[in-house]
Ligand binder design. Structure first.
Ligand code: PHE
Length: 356
């Protein structure tokens, strides 16, 4: 049996399995080295003292060779694993970032930015609202036509107080006026953007849409403050100085007097754009907060006055960014979003341009 051959074979074992086979055939129970160790017992003392050191050093050499090759093979295996399972964290992001900001979110951010500059903070209220906030406190008594089933989504009553009124999906953002007035002491300057619901659906109406409410409560507030605020806001929003407003007398139960606000448009390169006054389109409902509403919130209308306005966020987005069908806003069609969506890192600012 050739000792150095064994060691050579061990050193060149191709894998751990082959190495194990070599271990068994040398140091195993019936291995070659084991057999030689056993043969020592049958030797004469002289022979044994001559052979024993050779056999023991052979066993040590084989053991060391096995351990050495095992470490080499294990290392190689680890290296290969590291190489194949490697993740290159420096890889660039996908060529076209997928996410975009929906025009409604963009316009709400633009409005919040404009009104923050005028000292307004953002207020919120629930979408599933109590009738008292949505109607009663807003001076709409029980028989008011706006409370009719065909316009309003009523929630089914589940358990609770059988005499309690059913909740509604809020039909406008005006209940947030009441929530603000009953939860914070005046003076108040708030805007309230959010979802509202009406049982209506065609090219210009969807059962859910977005409004933004504005409310100012202070002392000595008059229509001039309302007009200046709306003019300043619409000029900043449409990013044009030639925005012209027209206020028409109107009726809302919660404002007195009430005014509908039109904005002037003109034709530019065959397109209707906001600015100038070749024609008019309605953009807002507004008025001086009705004394009954102020009193319903526990404030003295002799002491506190205010103005309020409400407008459709989706409509503002359509006017500013030239979209024609309101239903497309809520289809979740990625092609539409890619076309009209905004880059997520373009945060609207007054200095950078709100519609940048
Ligand atoms: N809430 C009214 C609507 O939905 C708009 C409005 C708000 C009018 C505030 C006057 C004052 O049409």
């Amino acid at each position: 049996m050739a000792d150095s051959d064994d060691i050579d074979r061990i050193r060149s074992a191709p894998d751990l399995q082959a190495l194990e086979a070599l271990r068994v055939s040398t140091l195993g129970k019936s291995g070659s080295v084991t057999a030689r160790l056993k043969s020592l017992g049958k030797m004469s003392p002289e022979e044994r003292s001559a052979e024993a050191p050779k056999i023991h050093s052979l066993r040590e050499a084989v053991t060391a060779a096995l351990a050495g090759r095992k470490a080499e093979l294990e290392n190689a295996e680890l290296e290969q694993k590291l190489a194949t399972e490697r993740i290159d964290l420096s890889l660039p992001a996908p060529q076209t970032p997928e996410g975009s900001v929906h025009p409604v979110s963009q316009v709400m951010d633009e409005l919040a930015e404009i009104f923050a500059d005028l000292g307004f903070s953002v207020a919120e209220g629930p979408e599933i609202e109590e009738q008292w906030y949505n109607f009663t406190a807003l001076n709409m008594p029980e028989f008011h036509p706006a409370r009719a089933m065909q316009d309003t989504f009523y929630c089914r009553k589940i358990g609770g107080d059988p005499d309690a009124e059913a909740h509604v999906l809020r039909t406008h953002t005006s209940p947030v006026q009441i929530r603000a007035m009953t939860s914070q002491p005046p003076p108040l300057r708030i805007i309230a953007p959010g979802r509202v619901y009406r049982s209506d659906s065609d090219a210009t109406h969807t059962p859910m849409f977005h409004q933004i409410e504005g409310l100012v409560i202070d002392k000595g507030i008059h229509l001039g403050h309302l007009k200046w605020t709306l003019e300043t806001f619409l000029k900043a929003f449409f990013e044009r100085d030639d925005v012209v407003l027209r206020m028409r007398p109107s009726y809302f139960p919660f404002t007195e007097p009430s005014a509908e606000v039109d904005v002037g448009w003109s034709m530019e390169k065959g397109r209707r754009v906001v600015g100038g006054c070749e024609g008019w389109m309605e953009v807002l409902g507004s008025g001086m907060v009705h004394p009954n509403v102020i009193a319903n919130c526990g404030l003295d209308p002799e002491e506190w006055q205010g103005f309020a306005f409400g407008t459709g966020v989706d409509r503002l987005a359509m006017l500013k960014y030239g979209m024609s069908d309101l239903r497309a806003f809520f289809d979740g069609d990625l092609r539409w979003l890619r076309h009209y969506g905004f880059r997520s890192l373009d945060v609207p600012t007054l200095s950078g341009g709100v519609g940048a």
